[in-house]
Design a protein around this ligand. Sequence first.
Ligand code: SF4
Length: 374
Amino acid sequence: MRPDALTVWRNEEVRKRLSWYLSVMRGRVPPKFKIARLIDIGAEGIDEIKVLEEKELWRLHEKGRKNFLSLWKEAKEGSLGVKELEKLEKPKVSFLDLKAELSKRLTDPCRLCERRCMVRRFRGEIGACRLEGTAYVHSAFLHMGEEAPLVPSGTIFYGGCNFTCVYCQNFDISQVQPRTGLPVTSELLARIQDDLASRGARNINHVGGEPTPNLFVIVDSLRYVRANIAQLWNSNFYMSYEALNILLDIIDIWLPDFKYGNNQCALRLSAVPRYFETITRNLKVAVEWGDMIIRHLVLPNHLECCTKPVLRWISKNLPKDKILVNIMDQYTPLHLVSKYPKMWPDIARRPRYEEIVEARRYASELGILWEPIS
Ligand code: SF4
C-alpha cells in the first residue's frame, strides 16, 4: 500500500468530499449498482422488456429512478446498510436489468457518445471508437499509481476510444490495436471485478482507451458482480446524455478528464467536435450524482487557452466544496507527437516547472482544492 493511500484520509476535506465513496469502501453502505439491482420495475420477466419500444423503456426508467432515489437517500442517511439491503426481496426485473437493456439499445445504432455514429455495432459495423459489438479487456490489475484515495484501484483497461489524441499514452489499445484484447462477456467481466475486489481493490476503475463505447457490457456485468465494491468511471466524459443517464444510478465516484478549455484545441489535438459544451454539460449533471475527482493534464503552451479556462469554468460552475481536482504534471509527448513533432510543435515537449506552478497557483487563487491529490 502506498503510504499516502492511508494518510490522505486524515484530511477532513477529502473525507467530506469523498464521503459516499468512503462509506462504500468501508462497507457501511452498498454500492449504487446493488441498490439498482433491488428496484422492482414491475415487469414479469426480461422478455417483457425486450419487446418494448425504447421510449417506453425510458418511461420505466424514470419510474425506477424515483424508487432508486428513495432507497439511495436511506443509504446516505445511514438507515440502509449492506445487511439491510441483502434482506430485501429480489425483483423479477430490476432497474439494473432495465439499464442493461437500454444500454444495448443505445449501442445499436450507436449513440453511446456524442459522436452519435449510428453504426449497427451488433451487426459488425465499426464506429469512430474503432469498435464493433464486443468489449475487449487489455489488462486488469491493482493499479497503485492512481490518486491516493483510489489505490489500490481495481483497474480494467478496455480497448477503443472515441477520441484520437495525437499524444495518447495508451495509443496501442485505444487507437492502434483496440480489438486485440480479451473479448469479454458480461459474466466474465463480472468475474474479473470480483477477483479484483477479493485481492483488495478499493474500487473498480473502468478505463481504457475509454469505457463509454464499452458501456453496454459494463452495465450488464453489474447484474452478476457479487462484491460490494465502488464503481468508478474514469473517462473523457464525452458520453451522450442518454449514456450518462444510465450511469447516474450506478457509478459511485466519477473520475472525468477535463482537457481543453476550447473547441479548437480539442479538434486539433483529439479530433473531437463539440468538446466544451459536451463535457461541461455532463460534469454539471454528474456532480450531483456521486463523488468526483476531476483530472486536468497540463499541456505545454496551453496554460492560457486550456488550463486557465478549465479551472475558471470549474470554479464558477461546480460546487467548490464538493469536488477535488488533480492538476497533472506528467504530460509527455508520445504517439504521433513523438513521431512528427513538427506537426504539433506546441506540445512537443514536457511542461515546464513554471507552467505547473502557475497552473496550481491559479487553481488556489480560484479556491479549488487540488493539493491532497495532485
Ligand atoms: S461509442 Fe461513440 S464513437 Fe463509438 S460507435 Fe458509438 S457513437 Fe461512435
